[in-house]
Design a protein around this ligand. Sequence first.
Ligand code: FAD
Length: 518
Amino acid sequence: MASYNFLSQVHLILITILIIITLLTPITTNTSPQPWNILSRNDFAGKLTTASSSVESAAIDFGHVTKIFPSAVLNPSSVEDITDLIKLSYDSQSSFPLAARGHGHSHRGQASAKDGVVVNMRSMVNRDRGIKVSRTGLYVDVDAAWLWIEVLNKTLELGLTPVSWTDYLYLTVGGTLSNGGISGQTFRYGPQIANVLEMDVITGKGEIATCSKDINSDLFFAVLGGLGQFGILTRARIKLEVAPKRAKWLRFLYIDFSEFTRDQERLISKTDGVDFLEGSVMVDHGPPDNWRSTYYPPSDHVRIASMVKRHRVIYCLEVVKYYDETSQYTVNEEMEELSESLNYVRGFMYEKDVTYMDFLNRVRTGELNLKSKGQWDVPHPWLNLFVPKSQISKFDDGVFKGIILRNNITTGPVLVYPMNRNKWNDRMSAAIPEEDVFYAVGFLRSAGFDNWEAYDQENMEILKFCEDGNMGVIQYLPYHSSQEGWVRHFGPRWDIFVKRKYKYDPKMILSPGQNIFQ
Ligand code: FAD
């Protein structure tokens, strides 16, 4: 009896201790954090929403191949709104992921935040503020949520312009600076990330810092091409120059790839030559390239098509020389001289003379055209690569004349143009090949909702070809499904990338859609 009493007393004490421990232990669950539970207590003056329309549209992007739902969307109207949100997550025991979304023109969910919060940067745009041009300093201070077309419109009012662009201007400043921002001016001025003087950034700890190459320089270079991993960029100071008025825009067709690349490389080695240089590939299959078919006079379409048919793969060199009142009399002479020096197929040269604005905004016409046919909001299984110069001819044989011809499915523009490595800066996060000259190659595909996986397969085939050949090819606008892929992507720069992540976003809150840190 005594031992029974003793046992039940011990039992009682144990149960009491257990209850006390349970009450004192903070509640943790193994399920993913529920930001809405934390957030509902801080409704950010109505700027935070879980409305299905907002959450749905934040779940998709231009790529239309992923659908990744956040729990909520923040529509900030001030930098403080974003800082408060980041702090809330950072200070919370179960911090939640969050991603800045610029214009959502990523192709693979890079601006998504699964079960977290998407920060809709465009709601920061205030027509009365946000773009301030300094004529004397030759720079523009711009809120990162603005589109490049808006920046251009504003600076042109004062006869000034940024110098480095993307082909398409309906992208936010924050979005392209998180990647690189490349186009036909890159060989000369470097990517957009090489033309930034200063930035304001909110780190993953919710701390706001101004940075430049001299102040907080590590953060500055980390954010440039940093894929949104180190902070949310709220303001950037971009270099300006006096804007030209017009553009002499020439296209030359080639059947020989080595002549084509030799001419491209010669032109980008000159400091006072053309202002813009790109190139593209035309392959003998698929529907006509909607974005670019308007570039050639209709009377020549048959002639060009039959050239493509005959040679299976042909190439187009595209160059531009800007001019204004002072150079209008010499520009024709200069372009004539340039044409004579090129080894294109005689008789296949095309010329246009357009305003500077029309040239920079050239993709817009194609966009509106595709939109009117319902062909814009379709899957875009894009693949963008940087290919070292020493490998470009092997790439031509194996990919353009190999995989692409064989599979016979690629549609949309295929770009190929070189750039100079010395216009980049190794301290920036963007990963680029080691060689002095490397090529940007872009397969800018449009697909159907029922067949985009076939294009994705082709992308993988191309990547495998490059990997098997040890070609040193690096993805631009990268997508890797595993961390192993990211380690290879950054190569020797992986360690610094990780170090910076621990320094600026130790709780791994920011831009989870890039899939770099789990
Ligand atoms: P989003 O897709 O919204 O975001 C992209 C990434 O940046 C995400 O990780 C996001 O979290 C992060 N991010 C966005 N804003 C911020 C911020 N303020 N602070 C920190 N991180 C942020 N690229 C080129 O370089 N050259 C081209 O010529 C070119 N042409 C294109 C043409 C078209 C039609 C399209 C759709 C894309 C093109 N791109 C080009 C790719 C484009 O530059 C990138 O996809 C870019 O990220 C899109 O900008 P966005 O504002 O839509 O960014």
